[in-house]
Design a protein around this ligand. Structure first.
Ligand code: HEM
Length: 255
């Protein structure tokens, strides 16, 4: 257990000793033996502030703050009021308290008015005051939405992971790492035999077709050609190297 206990350096021992008698007063006025006990009791938490600390020696009953608390937000109607040293808002005599506007709310209003199709009950006010277009954002969202197809049972991402780690030959090349020319790549462009090149590597994507969340048709667009650009434009975050490592056929060569 000794590796757990930090050794007390010499300077701290001497400063503790210099701090005076080895007794500390207790709340009931009695004094107890302290320093010896502190050194012996290894589970005791360190006293804070330390016995010989600056805070203890300067301790006074009233705490003082060197940093002033933040000033409250100023009401717009009081903007002409000169700043007060006391950080207290001084209300001028000519402002009747009963007419003061409540401070602006910092919480977001719940938007219960939005209906399907971008019909917003608050749209008339928001569009007429020119703050935000009523349905523009909804339309944009609909345009961005991409088609995620319903995969047939047994073709989830987990199923694909299982298949790739099963040892089944997904390359279908008879073994070996090939040098694939563009002309050769072009020949593999059917659903039963689809190859595609990504980042200079050629993959047999046939087995992956029914597993592709974007659908077979989308994936077939890159069959028999270099699909790098389309892939990066669609979902650059997808880890293709990892997903298709068991489908790698070879390297794409010019010619
Ligand atoms: C062999 C290469 C490809 C692999 C490994 C692959 C993989 C994936 C994965 C994992 C997803 C789900 C992404 C997600 O949920 O965030 C996905 C979705 C999708 N992929 Fe691919 N993809 C490939 C090629 C392509 C290509 C060439 C296209 C062509 C347009 C395409 C179009 C889509 C679409 C439209 C979606 C659905 C929308 C979406 O999830 O946001 N993918 N793909």
């Amino acid at each position: 257990m000794s590796w757990l206990i930090p050794s007390i350096p010499g300077w701290s021992r001497s400063s503790l000793a210099a701090a005076g008698p080895s007794t500390v007063p207790t709340p009931n006025g009695n004094s107890t033996k302290a320093l010896d006990d502190v050194e012996e009791d290894i589970d005791a938490p360190p006293p804070f502030p330390l016995l010989n600390s600056h805070q203890r020696s300067n301790a006074s009953s009233t705490p003082s703050f060197s940093v002033a608390p933040p000033s409250p937000p100023k009401s717009p109607s009081l903007s002409s009021t000169p700043p007060s040293d006391l950080n207290i808002a001084i209300v001028p005599d000519n402002v009747p308290l009963g007419n003061m506007a409540p401070p602006p709310s910092t919480t977001k209003k719940p938007n219960f008015g939005i209906q399907k199709g971008g019909q917003d009950s608050s749209s008339s006010t928001s569009s007429t005051n020119g703050l935000t277009p009523a349905s523009g954002s909804t339309e944009k969202k609909e345009k961005k939405k991409r088609a995620k197809v319903a995969l047939t049972p047994g073709h989830s991402a987990l199923d694909w992971a299982r298949l790739t780690s099963s040892g089944e030959d997904l390359r279908q090349t008879g073994g070996g790492f090939l040098r694939v020319t563009m002309a050769e790549l072009k020949e593999h462009n059917t659903v039963d035999d689809a190859w595609s090149a990504f980042n200079g590597m050629v993959y047999n994507i046939t087995a992956y077709l029914p597993f592709h969340p974007g659908g077979e048709d989308e994936l077939m667009r890159v069959a028999g050609r270099d699909g790098t650009k389309l892939f990066m434009l669609t979902h650059s975050w997808v880890n293709l190297d990892f997903m298709l490592k068991e489908c790698m056929v070879g390297v794409l060569v010019r010619g």
